[in-house]
Design a protein around this ligand. Sequence first.
Ligand code: ADP
Ligand code: ASP
Ligand code: MG
Length: 441
Amino acid sequence: MYIIKFGGTSVGKPERLQKVGELVLRTPGQKIVVLSALSGTTNTLVAIGDHLLAGRKTEAEMEIAKLEHHYQTYAADLFSSPEYKAIGQDIVSRYFSLIRLLAAGKFDDRSYRELLAQGELASTEFFYYHLRERKVDCRLLPALHFMSIDENQEPELDKIGERLKALLPSMVKQDILITQGYICRNHRNEIDNLKRGGSDYTASLIGAAIQANEIQIWTDIDGMHNNDPRVVKKTVPIAELTFDEASELAYFGAKILHPSTIVPAQKRGVPVRLKNTLDEQAPGTLISDKGSAGEIKAIAAKDGIIAINIKSSRMLLAFGFLREVFEVFERHKTPIDMISTSEVAVSVTIDDARHLDTIITELQRFGTISVDKDQTIICIVGNKLAERQGVLNEVFRSLENVPVRMVSFGGSQNNISILVESQHKERSLRLLNQGLFSLGD
Ligand code: ADP
Ligand code: ASP
Ligand code: MG
């Protein structure tokens, strides 16, 4: 079984969705096709939801009308025969009636999440009827029937697997099963989601849950590049990455993958292949457990980081001190990314500022606290980096004129993390591109 995921750009235009159909038909054997919403849809649904939560009904209605018009045009162009054109318009009016119903009611967090789910529900229905028009036998496999998260927002991999194994035997007659990325049910059985960019995560969770042969993520670029192509002009695709390397890159900001995508695939040893819908011949990137040591593979950057420094005379030789500090973050469910310690101080970074004020108040009993916002983690990734002689030298020589706030190396064999003020991010990525890969900007 293959799991094949197509992102927003890959389904964003009718001719692209038709091409997805061809690609899927060319893939042999049974496969589960995971689709994102049409590009731009989730952003618009977020904007509509924000307007409604803030009571701006007119603005929300204007956005809804604009999106509806876009969907009407899309449906008109996707289908050819009068029969299917009518089906297309019926799909659009059904979704937009529901969206208006949600907007008219008491709009709360729950209706917001239901609103966000409509993008993937609509794109998969378009694709299903598009294949039906082409006389292709296929089935919809509703994500809301099997994809779930627990009270800590963690996907329930074993339960997902059990539900899929119960559902799939009734679908053996169809080679193509179509499901929604991103959406799921939460522990209250409400509609929820796997956070922005979550369709990659859906594909990986399904692939891991049923031990698929391969998880393919089709997007608008020819695989994972050595640096962020949105910032640096000259970047190159990487043919192979280990799970650990890809995981670090996804977590530390390589937008091509949702931060948690690799976790389930790695857990169950299912390879992940990144491919380009716009250039099928490009080899893309294969992510598996194979890798060579001592090579720097890529750089990624994660913005919106906050550094917290705790300076304390109590720390000197005090065992249990760090545990007490970490417990503060644990109580507020706030993960720490980087840590750096000295005899009298410790610095940590977080990216979730929701509980920052309470965390700072609680930390004050340990000593003097200072906070630096607008920081960026630059993450240099490879396999067994310590085996590469002079690796730190190479990095710091490249960043000679950049003020570095924190460094972390040795925690894993895969990463060197550097914290800089966000204003220095672009320059740092360009300098490292030149210094580590001899590629200009
Ligand atoms: P999709 O809609 O298919 O999920 P995304 O926009 O989420 O696509 O991810 C693809 C984009 O990720 C690329 O267009 C590229 O701009 C961006 N990106 C960021 N870092 C990297 C990287 N290291 N390698 C490749 N793409 C990257
Ligand atoms: N449609 C969702 C988003 O835009 C999920 C995804 O595309 O992966 O975040
Ligand atoms: Mg994405």
